[in-house]
Ligand binder design. Sequence first.
Ligand SMILES: [Zn+2]
Length: 319
Amino acid sequence: MRVRLESVCRSVGWLVVLSLAGVVVAPATAFDPATDSDPLHFEIVAGLSDPEVAPRGLSVRSTPEQRELAATFLVDVLRAGGLEPQRHRYRHRNANPLVDLLLPPFRGTNVYAVLEATEAGAETVIVGAHYDSEPGSPGAGDNAAGVALVVSLARELQETYRPYRYVFVLFDQEEDDEIGSRAFVRYLRTLDWTINSAHILDVVAWDEDGDRALEVQISRDYALQAVYTEVAAQLGIEVTFTGGRGASDNRSFADAGYSTAGLWGDEITPHMHRDSDTWDTVDFGLMETAEELLFGVLVSLPGRIGGSAEELPGFGAEP
Ligand SMILES: [Zn+2]
């Protein structure tokens, strides 16, 4: 989307360092991250999924140890961008209390950063994506790509007038029935914040027909859909809408009654949950389209949502 010379320069420098260290591998495709993608997107997608490219050797993010390493990586990435990351550690009991006697409760860590609104008294907008992956899958498309977009949007919104308090959150354990985002919703409810809306990214990674189309899962709020429709039309981005509670962490927010949008590519990658979900299968152009749309939505929300939520007949029904 936007050409960021300083980012490109930074990326080229980063590649030089990696080249000197002998760790840059020739990509399987002709894709060149220095020129063909947003360098920050590539840094995070590859950094989370490919130990050949990532100096810290991250890949699958499934076991507690792997997820903890990923959380630390993300804290560092957010901090490097001038944000103040925090760890939200949670415990979640097993469904049957008796099982708790045999198995330890689930534990995990959501990583989040808050950008306060430019003026006091503003409502809160949530922007999130999960960082864990299925066992055996490096999860580049599902969902390192979404993580990269959340971090990138946080950096962008840092530089602008902010009509809302924005909470950028990277969820643990989406692949375990969205335990991480459910715990985060419980945490949000302990705070004195009015939630305007939640925007959740998952599997924005595959665009075989090259149409740059996106799917938005909207629950509850027709006004929110109207904002997406308007911004997509202005930007010339094709968007299809589906109702229902959503199929990812957006479900946690929809179940809690928040106006929620789940943003996906309109094609599901055939590599999802497989060992082939590597960064060289990710469509970085689609990621830029998604970021452009979501940035537009996040700065177009004022006066449109917040108290104007309405449920239309048939809206929000299960698909
Ligand atoms: Zn996912």
